[in-house]
Design a protein around this ligand. Sequence first.
Ligand code: PLP
Length: 391
Amino acid sequence: TLSPAARMNRIEISATLAVVNEAEKLRSAGVDLVDFGAGEPHFGTPQHIREAAIAAIHNNFSKYTAVAGTAELRDAIAKRHATDFATDYKREEVIASVGGKHALFNAIQVLVDHGDEVIIPVPYWVSFKDMVQYSGGKPVFVEADESQNFRLTAAMVEKAVTPKTKLIILNSPSNPSGAVMAPEDMKSIARFAYERGIWVISDECYVYLNYTGEEFSLGSLTEVKERLLVVGSLSKTYAMTGWRLGYTLAPAAVVSQMQKLQSQSTSNPTSIVQKAAVAALNGPQECVAEMRADYIKLRDEIVSGLRSIPGVKCTMPQGAFYAYPDISCAFGKAGMNSAADVAKKLLHEAHVVSVPGEAFGTTKHIRLSYAASHENVARGLERMHKFFASL
Ligand code: PLP
């Protein structure tokens, strides 16, 4: 029998993947599901990006590249950021990785040692907790204020700081709540962290899916650069989840440690994908605005639909493509006593796929990804209406 290394017992299989697997079983049995589970764009990758990948294949761009990505790609990342967010990163402060998840994993392994504490706002993206635990660190959770659109202030974070605090992880727009932090709150957290020598990772994988009209990267706060890592991804911005291309902007010393780790594991992200990424970053950006406009319509449809279900409460998400309704009105009915129970019944009886809030550190919510067709959003809402009405 297998007795895995101790570090394997500190992590679990990603909860979102577990839901996907259960839904897949029903789907293969012929059940017609409305899928609000998967956290990925329903759009295909824009054509000019696909064509760049095909050209790379035809040109035999098929060798290993530098571990951190080609110079062309690292420059394209830095330039895109400088143009859109007034940041100032040089090539040696950029590393490309195999998705934002890989970037975050490497960054956390580089920074966090055994016994270090890492502050993670709740609700959180599932993987933060497991990545910290894998490194031997200890997650310290700070609850955002749902009554104020899941607001997180410097004062709230500061209360959780101890002499062991090594890192604070921010994620705006947020998966799962869709909350967007006020730039002022992000800046004040980064400033106090800097003063105390605490690192900040700003996970900005949804930075272009911000519906407030005030797109903001913490990377623009140059005075804290020495303690800041900005992680980004092409997955959501350009509908490229399966291509696997993410990046980190950080002090050169951090980038060089991440490069060392990457050199002993994956090496470079796929060469062909790097060419496609350059086309995405340097090419026309209208596709991003078009997708964003559709997400805003979908958000309005799903939130007003959810709010019209008696008992269901839903904060207005300001970014990403998730609604995070409080469905605790169903507790105590039909044998349901937790968000996990509700998600399970919704799946098996209403045939709507959602992810229970337990995966993100809260007890009363489910996460619904509205990156879906307008028709499917309407169908899913109708099913949920019937389900809650029948209780
Ligand atoms: N960070 C957050 C908050 C996410 O939701 C995701 C994907 O769901 C990622 C990072 C990583 O995405 P990828 O690895 O596809 O770039």
